[in-house]
Design a protein around this ligand. Structure first.
Ligand code: PLP
Length: 402
């Protein structure tokens, strides 16, 4: 067959590890295995009933046509009010852009600020889509380290050490995927101070887990930081907050001078977001939030039970995450490379986890476990992992099981 000349940036994209694991889980389940899936990152809830009703009403009664490329006015207004209420930062409707999923804001930011010659900084370990979106734009993707010893925060001095005249954007994610880490206020202060000398650099603050923060963590919204507000793009959405991952609905809050460019990019790509999803999103963001508050408490209990159980396994150690629904245990001392361990756990113990390597080089030696799963199943999964490691302790180290 003739070799096709593909766009090298697009052809080099790596598939997100969590989706590759999901495919294997589905195959294993289809083969009759009782798989406990701690791989995929989505809440184990259905969206609130009033949200589903609003979308059904929209499907039945309309509207049915295109909306503005940046979203329905009422929804943009509701997002502005919601962000102001939660972060204290002042936000106008005109700065809000509704997109088909949180991921799309990353893509738009990379397309707009990336390109040949540009450098964009992103967290390692971090959400894999950052690196791929940066590379797709043609920019250089520059990882900055996330430190286990700092409870999975970054060191802002170290990040600033990577900034140069080519740097256009720094991506920050707190609470974070895959670690659940929360960046303390102090690091944001240092970042804001350092960036004063680099007016060309914008920040993309991915706060998609900002409503899943536990009582014992000191989360600060970077978006609300006075030194960063006017140079920050906020990424958030409905996926994790309202258990609406499959609806594909997210939003960005952009510096006003970029909105015209974002509009043009959207009109050249997806045109606008599915209108019924926008109507459901409006009901969610303006409706009661009791379900989220209750869910947060459930997650905190699961987190505590899971971390205690993981730390009980010889060779495994896990920090207590401040938010999201991920545990990121260090499995180096088991002697197993994390990719091989994740692979064998699915094959032999029927427990699906994501190897830390798929979140960047610094994720090597770790596993990501999503605890958005019933607590009894969660603890059963840990028992299976423990049993597996007891049965095959040194084989991984010796390499003869690989
Ligand atoms: N940002 C982070 C850190 C995530 O973990 C995810 C999804 O897992 C997203 C953004 C994208 O969310 P969405 O499913 O709304 O595109």
């Amino acid at each position: 067959m003739t070799e096709l000349n593909l766009n090298i940036h697009a052809a080099g994209i790596v598939e997100e590890g969590a989706f590759a694991v999901l495919d294997r889980v589905l195959q294993s389940k289809a083969a009759g295995n009782d798989v406990i899936n701690l791989g995929i990152g989505q809440p184990d809830l259905v969206p609130p009933a009033h949200v589903i009703e609003a979308a059904i009403r929209a499907l039945r009664d309309g509207p049915h046509g295109y909306t503005s490329s940046v979203g329905i006015d009422a929804l943009r207004e509701a997002v502005a009010v919601d962000v102001m209420t939660r972060t204290g930062a002042s936000v106008s409707r005109d700065e809000v852009v509704i997109v088909p999923g949180g991921k799309v804001t990353i893509f738009l930011a990379a397309m707009l600020l990336g390109g040949a010659g540009a450098e964009i900084l992103y967290p390692d370990p971090g959400f894999p889509c950052y690196r791929e979106a940066i590379r797709l734009s043609g920019a250089r993707a520059i990882p900055y380290p996330i430190h286990q010893e700092k409870d999975f925060a970054f060191d802002a001095q170290e990040v600033m050490g990577l900034v140069n005249a080519n740097t256009r954007l720094i991506i920050v994610n707190s609470p974070a995927n895959p670690t659940g880490g929360v960046v303390p206020r102090h690091e944001l202060d240092v970042l804001a101070q350092g960036l004063e000398a680099h007016p060309q650099v914008l920040v993309l603050s991915d706060e998609i887990y900002s409503q899943l923060v536990f009582e014992d963590s000191d989360f600060t919204s970077l978006f609300s930081h006075p030194g960063l507000r006017n140079r920050t793009i906020l990424l958030d959405g409905w996926s994790k907050t309202f258990a609406m991952t499959g609806w594909r609905l997210g939003f960005g809050v952009w510096p006003l001078h970029l909105i015209g460019h974002v509009r043009k990019l959207i009109s050249a790509t997806h045109s606008c977001v599915n209108v019924a999803a926008q109507m459901g999103g409006l009901a969610a963001i303006t409706g009661p939030r009791t379900e989220i508050a209750n869910y947060r408490l459930v997650l905190q209990q699961r987190r505590d039970a899971l971390i205690a159980a993981l730390n009980d396994i010889p060779g495994v150690s896990c920090r207590v995450p401040g938010g999201a629904f991920y545990a990121f245990p260090d499995v180096t001392d088991t002697g197993w490379p994390s990719e091989a361990l994740a692979d064998k756990l699915l094959e032999r113990a029927h427990v699906a986890v994501v190897p830390g390597d798929s979140f960047g080089a610094n994720g090597s030696g770790f596993l990501r476990l999503s605890y958005a799963t019933d607590q009894a199943r969660l603890l059963e999964a840990v028992e299976r992992i423990k049993e597996f490691l007891v049965t095959f302790p040194a084989l991984g180290r010796a390499g003869n099981f690989l």
